[in-house]
Structures are given as structure tokens and as C-alpha cells.
Design a protein around this ligand. Structure first.
Ligand code: MGP
Length: 223
């Protein structure tokens, strides 16, 4: 399990204060960056960009958890919808400068496994990202995407430089470590993924789906 940001708990002495201390209720613990949730709706008659909406931005731990509590988990989204959480007002689209030369670590979700598995993977990576668990590579990460699809849903982490192999490898290893060590509900048994692969956004846009080159591959059991 990722360690932060949990909702901050108060020590007993902090809680034991006069009941009208409203400062405690208003206390906010800042995140290092601002994170925005974007939602792609299922109105397939609209252009893709028109389906994409900015839902809410948060920059404190308390507001992050408030947001998570108030939106449906990925497993309860309609087919063809997406969630995106991107940092510092980066739009979750290929076209913007921050994503133009980037790529993604892609995890295909095994449909034969439990439907809630996607929620576990989503929260593990989301918490690691918001909690700056990628160390020196945090700046390389633009955001996380969840695609709900009947053919098999996907979660991907978008990084800004597809040619920075070393940074992307380290990011991939951190994602793997988070997922391999994830605490799973009793009714779900691991591993939560088989392989993750890194794809260049340029290749994804030009693709013939089954033939996208994987620049890097990490399996849950080997390297
Ligand atoms: P998708 O949602 O990434 O994958 O892209 P999906 O639905 O699993 O389909 P597949 O093609 O991978 O099998 C689906 C389509 O959405 C793309 O072909 C584009 O038309 C559109 N689209 C997706 N993204 C991420 C973008 C984007 O960043 N910019 C624009 N303009 N269109 C996008």
C-alpha cells in the first residue's frame, strides 16, 4: 500500500481541545502540486474533445479525499468513459506541449478477474502519484488515465518524455512495486497485473492497435 497521503489523523492531545476550535476543522495539509480530475463521458455522438470535462482541482490532502469520496470508483463508470487525473492543469490530451513527446505505461486489466480490481490498481497508483512516491521522477509524470472498455479496461500513467528510457524504467519499477505490494481485499487474489508496457503517444496515435511497439516491458513476476 502507498503510505501517503492518508487523511491526517490527530493525536489524542490534538483532539482534546475545546469543542469550538473551528481552526481544527478548517486545517488543510497542502499537496506539492494541484491535481485535476477530468471525466470523459459516454456521449459517443460527440467529438472526443467535447466529451472531456474538467471536474475539480484539489491541492490539499483533505480535498483529495473529499473528491474521491464523492465520485464513483472506476468500476462503476459506464462503458467508454474515462477518468484522468493530471497535475498542474496539464490537459489530458496528446496535443499539449507537456504530452506531445510523451508516452504511457499501460496496464491492461484482466476482465476475467474481479471487477473491483480496477479500483485497487487506480487507487494504488493515484495515491503514489499524489503522494510524490516517484521521487526525482515525479516531474516526469503528467497524470494517470483509466479507460473503461468492454474489450478490456486500461489504466495508464502518462510521462512527458518517451525518449527518457532511464526515468521511464524507474517509474515503471515503482508502479510495479506499488502493485505487487498492494493490500488486496480478501476476495481478490494477486497478481493484480501480468505485464505493463511502455508506449510512445506518437505510436498510439498512428497505430494499428495490435501493432504498437512496446518500448519497455515489465512483468509482475520478472523484470
Ligand atoms: P482511447 O480512448 O485512448 O482508446 O482512444 P480506446 O477507446 O481503447 O480505443 P483504441 O483505439 O485504443 O482501441 C480512442 C480514440 O479517442 C482515439 O482514436 C482518438 O480518436 C480519441 N482520443 C484519445 N485520446 C487520448 C485523444 C487525445 O489525446 N486527443 C484527441 N484529439 N483524441 C483522442
Amino acid at each position: 500500500m502507498a503510505t501517503i497521503p492518508e487523511e491526517p489523523s490527530k493525536s489524542e492531545s490534538e483532539i482534546d481541545v475545546p469543542s469550538h476550535n473551528s481552526d481544527l476543522l478548517n486545517e488543510r495539509h497542502p499537496l506539492k502540486r494541484t491535481w485535476t480530475l477530468w471525466y470523459l463521458n459516454d456521449k459517443k455522438n460527440l467529438d472526443w474533445l467535447q466529451r472531456l470535462h474538467d471536474v475539480c482541482s484539489v491541492d490539499t490532502i483533505e480535498d483529495f479525499w473529499m473528491l474521491i469520496r464523492n465520485v464513483r470508483p472506476p468500476s462503476r463508470l459506464n462503458n467508454t468513459c474515462d477518468y484522468n487525473v493530471f497535475r498542474d492543469h496539464i490537459r489530458p490530451v496528446w496535443e499539449v506541449p507537456e504530452n506531445k513527446s510523451g508516452g504511457r505505461w499501460l496496464i491492461n486489466i484482466d476482465r476475467s478477474k474481479h471487477p473491483e480490481l480496477i479500483d485497487v490498481i487506480w487507487m494504488e497508483i493515484l495515491i503514489a502519484m499524489i503522494g510524490e512516491q516517484f521521487g526525482e521522477d515525479s516531474e516526469q509524470i503528467c497524470g494517470i488515465v483509466c479507460n473503461i472498455r468492454s474489450k478490456g479496461s486500461k489504466i495508464s500513467v502518462w510521462t512527458r518524455d518517451a525518449s527518457d528510457e532511464e526515468a521511464n524504467k524507474r517509474i515503471g519499477q515503482t508502479i510495479k512495486e506499488k502493485l505487487v505490494n498492494a493490500e488486496l481485499p480478501e476476495h481478490i487474489s494477486g497478481p493484480v497485473f501480468d505485464t505493463m508496457r511502455y508506449e510512445d503517444h506518437d505510436d498510439v496515435q498512428q497505430k494499428n492497435s495490435s501493432q504498437i511497439k512496446s518500448k519497455l516491458i515489465i512483468s509482475s513476476t520478472g523484470n
